[in-house]
Design a protein around this ligand. Structure first.
Ligand SMILES: C[S@@+](CC[C@H](N)C(=O)[O-])C[C@H]1O[C@@H](n2cnc3c(N)ncnc32)[C@H](O)[C@@H]1O
Length: 234
């Protein structure tokens, strides 16, 4: 799941989450005993769904989940962690520098402030917003041939249902729900657990040739407060 030469870095990150992360209020103390299976392994499964050398933006990274974990698991992937809260970006910058991760960039911003600046092959998000809202934040960042991977667990189908009209309005294809799994990790899975799994919603553009993304200077969330969305070319 992690390259062998990155394992000590993952262990160091886990230690930082369990100590500084808790003291600085980035992760709840109750999460510490389940850091590996519920957070690190769960997020590392995303790494199995990424194209080689992808450019990825993780929206609402918090303490680095899943973005930092993906950067640890996939040194070939360039990861931008988009997070608006200073306390969190400070931690993310410290961890990335402390672990010597040269494939991580931290951007202190809301997702919509990035619209028009960059697009990415993959955009990820975990526990940030319902899919309906997440689409408006994330799809303007998805390159025409790229995709959004939203970690949604058991609520995936229900959230897709609620997002139908937004999906249509933005010009997205029908989302798919994928189960990513890996063999059990010795000593980390709960008793009775046979393998680690996570459920993700994958959203692509319906017609990549007809996607019109915001351009710089035309970003959404500006002073007018008007929401700009990617539109299909007519
Ligand atoms: C519940 S936390 C989840 C953090 C992390 N993804 C995880 O799974 O542990 C939600 C995060 O989304 C961030 N967030 C909220 N609104 C956002 C927005 N519009 N753009 C980017 N991040 C946002 C918050 O600051 C917070 O760090």
């Amino acid at each position: 799941m992690f390259p062998s030469d990155r394992l000590s870095l993952v262990e160091r990150y886990a230690e930082l989450l369990a100590t500084d992360g808790v003291v600085r209020g980035l992760i709840g103390p109750r999460e510490v005993p389940r850091l590996w299976d519920r957070h690190l392994v769960n997020c590392a499964l995303l790494a199995t769904a990424l194209p080689r050398d992808a450019r990825l933006a993780d929206i609402g990274s918090g303490a680095g989940l899943p973005g930092l974990v993906v950067a640890l698991a996939r040194p070939d992937v360039r990861v931008t962690l988009v997070e608006p809260l200073l306390r969190r970006t400070t931690f993310l910058e410290e961890v990335a520098a402390g672990l010597g991760l040269d494939n991580v960039l931290v951007r202190r911003d809301r997702a919509d402030a990035v619209h028009g600046d960059e697009t990415y092959d993959v955009v990820t998000a975990r526990a940030v917003a319902p899919l309906e809202r997440l689409l408006g934040w994330c799809m303007p960042l998805v390159a025409p041939a790229g995709f959004l991977l939203a970690m949604k667990g058991d609520s995936a189908e229900e959230e897709i249902d609620s997002a139908r009209s937004v999906l249509r309005e933005l010009g997205c294809a029908a989302p798919t729900v994928e189960v990513l799994s890996a063999p059990p990790v010795a000593g980390s899975a709960a008793p009775g657990t046979t393998s680690a799994q996570t459920r993700v919603v994958r959203v692509t553009w319906a017609d990549p040739a007809r996607v019109s993304l915001p351009t710089s200077g035309g970003r959404g969330g500006g002073r007018s407060g008007k929401r700009r969305s990617p539109r299909r070319k007519r």
